[in-house]
Design a binder for this molecule. Sequence first.
Ligand SMILES: [Mn+2]
Length: 344
Amino acid sequence: MKEIYRAGAERMAAVFTDMAVASCKSGKGILVFVHKSVDGDCVGSACAACLIFASLGAKAKVAMPEELPETMNFMGVKDLLLIPGTDDGQLTEYGYALVTDCAESHRMGVRGELFESFDDPAIVDHHELTGFSGDNKWILPQASSASEMIYCIAVKIAESLKRPLGDILDPVAAGCILTGIVTDTGRFTYSNTRPETLEAAGVLAELGGSITDVCHNLFDRKRVSQFFLSNTVCSKARLLCGGRLAIAAVTRAMFNDFNACDGDIDDVVSRLRDIDGVELAVVLRETPDGTLRGNLRSKTSFDCSLFAGNYGGGGHKRAAGFTVEGITIGDLYEDIIKKAESLL
Ligand SMILES: [Mn+2]
């Protein structure tokens, strides 16, 4: 295992093992939290963590902030999920908390309050964050995905227990981790794809994960509404700042016209970034709850995470986002252009 992962993975392997032991002794399960607007990495890393705990004899489930998107059904993880409003009665059976691909309760949607009620939760995250320290917290922005970090933890658990990795990661867990890695590396095309990321993917494929299934379900498949709305949004996008900024705004009316759902424009921001000459792509949308969501992607140098910070958001250098309210989408659009102009 590469140096940047080793110490953290070893430390967290001990944390996972200790949590499993404590959970078995007390009879209280482990809840794994994720960010809202779930994606392949948060669901994949969280479900894999649950299955790792299960391999250690402990009961663990994911405290989902929303229902699982239909496109993720292929992961075969429904039994691991607690869905708000349907499984809430079970929550008292849990006494320990882990969060993956996220660290901050305000990003957890309806689960934020529950997360806050846990003392000193364990964290595994790869977002650019400061202010989280402690032996049970591992933040590694250089990691491709939270899922790759979970993979490293599983490797260290297997090593320390002298068990084969397949004992710790069953085929479903391997598929979950692969889902997170494929998602966050844009199918191994983003610059966060390291040689060790590819090595991990190879091992996970051997353990039963399928890159084909992830790519088909999370990248290639398009709902009819998604296809037509995303084409319309792209056709309305503008190139500014000498072609270095591509920006598009999506109103609720546009969603309604196409009978489309919120996730239907998730692919637009990378399509805009891929235009020759574009360094920063921004897609703004009106969300169903009345807030505005901004998604940013950059090609080579622009720091999206830093820029999203202007609006209280964050993420990664090449991909970030934010949520704001109290401003119209038109005003936000102009404000972003003004701020980006001085940086591009
Ligand atoms: Mn992630």
